[in-house]
Design a protein around this ligand. Structure first.
Ligand code: PMP
Ligand code: GLN
Length: 388
C-alpha cells in the first residue's frame, strides 16, 4: 500500500461485519437495512434485465430516464431545477460520487474542511486526490431534547485558510445523526461565498429526518447553486445498498469535471438498476413518508433501549444511526468496547473514533444502526441490557 493510503487498511465496516459473522452477533455495525426495498422496484430491475435495458454499457452520464428522475426529484422536493443532460451525473453509489468529486476538483496540497466525525471514505478519497483534510469537530451539547452534536460555526470559519479549496459536508450526518439547521446552512453558505469555496455536500440520508428536523439542500441557499456538488444515493432512500446507484447534481462545469474523473474510475454505473431507480424516484410521497415513519419507530425503540441499558444516548434527528456514550457504563475506549461486545453481549457496534483525526475526541462514542427489523432490535436491546 502506498504512502497516501498507508493509514487506511481495512474499513471498519468490513472488520465489524466480519466480526458479526464470525461470532453470530447481531450486526448493528455496518449501516444496511435487513429488509430489502420495495417489491415493485425489484420488479422494475428484473424487467430491465429481461427486456435487455442496461445489460450493455449504459451512457457514461447515466441512462436518460434516471437523470430525468433525479432532476424531477430535486425539483419536486426542493424547487431546485437541474438540466438532466448537463447537470446530473449517475455514479456507482455515493462513494464513487465523493471520490470522483474530490479527484476532479482538488489540486495536490489543497485543503478540504470536513466535519469530524466523518464518513470513513472521505479521508481516503481526500488522500487519493492528494488533498489535505482539515477536520472541524462536532461537539456534544446538552439541549432540552437531550444531548446532541453541534457544529461550532466559529471553528468552521477558523479552519478555512488560503489553501482551502472546498468544504465537504454531510447532512443528515453519519454517525452523529445531526441535521444541520437552516441558520447553520445559511452561515456555511455565506462563508463559502465570502471565501470563494466549492462545497461537496453528501445528502444521502435526505429522506431520513425525524420530528421537527428538516433537510434543506445547501444548493438552495443564495450563491450556492453554482458552487455546490450535491450527492444522493438510492442505497439509503430505497434500501438497496447493494445496487450502488448514486448521483451528483451540480452546475454544468462541475458535473463535467466530476464526470471526467468518473469515466476512468468505473466508466459507467450498473445499467438495469439505473432503470429501476428511475421508477423508484417517481414513487408517490406516501412511500417516502412511510419509510421515514418506519425508521423513526426503529430509532425510538433502539434509542430508548440503549438508554435503559445504561448508555448515554444522542438522539438522532436524521440517518439510521444512534451514537452513544459508553462512559456511563464505566467504559472509555470505544474500540476495546466494540471488539469485546460480541462476546459480552452478542451485539456489534462501530467505534466512532475511526471517524476522527482527533481520536481522543471520539474515544468514548459507539454507533449502532437501527435500520433493522423490530424483533432484531428488541433482541439486541435485551442483550445489551444484560451488560449493566
Ligand atoms: N455517505 C455517507 C454519509 C454514508 O453513510 C454512506 C453509506 N454508508 C455513503 C456515503 C455511501 O453510499 P453508497 O453506498 O451509495 O456508496
Ligand atoms: N455507509 C455505511 C455505514 O456508515 C456502510 C458503508 C460501507 O460499508 N462502506 O455504516
Amino acid at each position: 500500500l502506498n504512502r497516501r493510503l498507508a493509514e487506511f487498511g481495512t474499513t471498519i465496516f468490513a472488520e465489524m461485519s466480519a466480526l458479526a459473522a464470525r461470532t453470530g452477533a447481531i450486526n448493528l455495525g455496518q449501516g444496511f437495512p435487513d429488509t430489502d426495498g420495495p417489491e415493485e422496484v425489484r420488479e422494475a430491475a428484473v424487467r430491465a434485465l429481461r427486456d435487455g435495458r442496461g445489460n450493455q454499457y449504459p451512457p457514461g452520464p447515466g441512462v436518460p430516464e434516471l437523470r430525468a428522475a433525479v432532476a424531477a426529484h430535486q425539483e419536486r422536493r426542493y424547487g431546485l431545477s437541474f438540466d438532466p443532460d448537463t447537470e446530473v451525473l449517475v455514479t456507482a453509489g455515493a462513494t464513487e460520487a465523493i471520490a470522483a468529486s474530490l479527484l476532479a476538483l482538488l489540486e495536490p496540497g489543497d485543503e478540504v474542511v470536513a466535519l469530524e466525525p466523518y464518513y470513513d471514505s472521505y479521508a481516503a478519497a481526500i488522500a487519493m486526490a492528494g488533498g489535505t483534510r482539515v477536520p472541524v469537530t462536532l461537539r456534544p451539547h446538552t439541549t432540552d431534547e437531550g444531548p446532541v452534536f453541534r457544529l461550532d460555526l466559529d471553528e468552521l470559519r477558523d479552519a478555512v485558510t488560503d489553501r482551502t479549496r472546498l468544504l465537504l459536508l454531510n447532512t443528515p450526518h453519519n454517525p452523529t445523526g445531526t441535521v444541520l439547521t437552516r441558520a447553520e446552512l445559511a452561515a456555511i453558505a455565506e462563508l463559502a461565498v465570502e471565501r470563494d469555496l466549492l462545497v461537496v455536500t453528501d445528502e444521502v440520508y435526505e429522506h431520513l429526518v425525524f420530528d421537527t428536523a428538516e433537510h434543506i439542500p445547501l444548493a438552495t441557499f443564495p450563491g450556492m447553486r453554482e458552487r455546490t456538488v450535491t450527492i444522493g444515493s438510492a442505497g439509503k432512500t430505497f434500501s438497496f445498498t447493494g445496487w450502488k446507484v448514486g448521483w451528483v447534481t451540480a452546475a454544468p462545469a462541475l458535473v463535467t469535471a466530476v464526470r471526467s474523473a468518473k469515466q476512468y474510475l468505473t466508466y459507467v454505473a450498473s445499467g438495469p438498476f439505473q432503470y429501476a431507480i428511475a421508477e423508484a424516484l417517481a414513487l408517490p410521497e406516501s412511500y417516502f413518508g412511510a419509510y421515514r415513519e418506519d425508521m423513526r419507530a426503529k430509532r425510538d425503540l433502539l434509542a430508548a433501549g440503549l438508554a435503559e441499558a445504561g448508555f448515554g444516548v444522542f438522539r438522532p434527528a436524521g440517518t439510521y444511526f444512534v451514537t452513544t456514550d459508553i462512559r456511563p457504563l464505566g467504559e472509555s475506549d470505544g474500540f476495546a468496547f466494540c471488539r469485546g461486545l460480541p462476546e459480552r453481549a452478542g451485539v456489534v457496534g462501530v467505534p466512532n473514533a475511526v471517524f476522527y483525526d482527533h481520536r481522543d475526541a471520539g474515544a468514548p462514542y459507539v454507533r449502532f444502526a437501527f435500520c433493522k427489523r423490530i424483533p432484531v432490535l428488541e433482541e439486541a436491546v435485551g442483550r445489551l441490557k444484560a451488560l449493566a
